[in-house]
Design a protein around this ligand. Sequence first.
Ligand code: GLU
Length: 482
Amino acid sequence: MQKNSTMTVRTRMAPSPTGELHVGGMATLLKNYAWAKKHGGQFVLRIEDTDKEREVKGAIDKILRVIGDYGLAWDEGPEKGGPYGPYIQSERLDLYRKHAEALVKAGKAYHCFCSKERLEKLREEQRTAHQPPKYDKHCRHLSVDEVARKLAAGEVSVIRLKVPANTQVVFQDLLRGEIRIASSEIDDQVLLKSDGYPTYHLGVVVDDHLMKITDVIRGEEWISSAPKHVLLYDAFGWEKPVFAHLPIFLNPDGKGKMSKRKGVVSARSFLDRGYLPEAMLNFLMILGWAKKDQQEVMSLDEYIQEFDPKAVSLKSAAFDLKKLNWLNGVYIRQLPLPALKKRLQPFLPADFPVDKLDAILPLVVERLVTLAEIEALTSFFYRLPTMDAQALLQKADPQLVTDQLAQTVAGLEKLTAWTHQSVEKVIRSLQEEHQWHKGQYFMMLRLAVTGKKATPPLFETITVLGQQETTVRLKRASAALG
Ligand code: GLU
């Protein structure tokens, strides 16, 4: 379709409710969203629920929710409505039937009465002969009278497209240029099933046309369906939309297509694992596409300004988790503390001392990669860490460490004001007075108090932990040494 300046750009995302939206689906959705917004057009959401066998209960709701949770919204679609609704295909069955029958009337499609058994036998023969599975056009040549007679007798039928013989199906893909395929390669596909439901092909073409979609941006797994759609547009005499088929993502190691196994690659699962939606969106923006200035951190508005599906790389991008982690850290540290606290709420364990959150958070924010890590990074503040006596004896003998612990306890117990400064003064003075090896002494204290080698700065940690808890832990370490 040639676009002119007065034409609105309308894009769509058309998920099937077979489960949670895949993260790759979210990337496709984002591109459709951005392309419509860039032109001041509309982004449409349509639910393609015509394959009742594959439908998963509750999936529609999950799809709708996750889009909102990623901070995106549709202009027309379920719950919101719009001028071309309903936007759920199972509520549009009459439309598909009407259109399929119109094609039959026009001689572009036909009723097929072949039984399941006959089709299965045919497929079996083709398998044995190493031929691709294809309908043998058995019913294509039934006479009008015969069809009428069978229909009147109540014989079950489907409607198939009459694919024209000996022509070339030609269309433009925005990323690949011209694609050409001989019509002889294309099956007389079913358009309307015997249960009255359309197939994906009929549903998608009728709806994209009736919903005035101008640009179909979707995953490359649909490219083999595109010639069938082109034939359908031609059969109806409709103008075709622009097609852009986007490459799929590869696994983080660059090997193989990202798989949906165990739902770990659903868009939702990343939020559950503590990735911020805005970091996810930013990550999906730069997978296989780059801003002209190569700047990787960008807002949704900046993306909308610059995104062009033509500039998406045809080479499949690896789902680079390192980059995602880095971006998530960038976005976490951009959040003002009150906002970060709010985002952390669902990730705080039940025993987290909420009254200490303000004190603890600044100590760990630098090392927070995902929100879900809050527990691992802070648990020693509110749970007694496991004690490894052996680890306390690095670069020192038991006598020295026991002495260091005893003196530190004594010094800290004397404090009447428990502040960062007073704690630091006690510990530094002891170290200087006894000429203890600084690295050894501080690391030993860190391990005794937190059970970990890497923690926030020692004095801050001890200050937040409190006088009583610190001394209890130091005494416990001493006891562990025997
Ligand atoms: N219902 C298809 C899906 O599940 C839509 C494909 C398309 O965008 O045409 O992804």
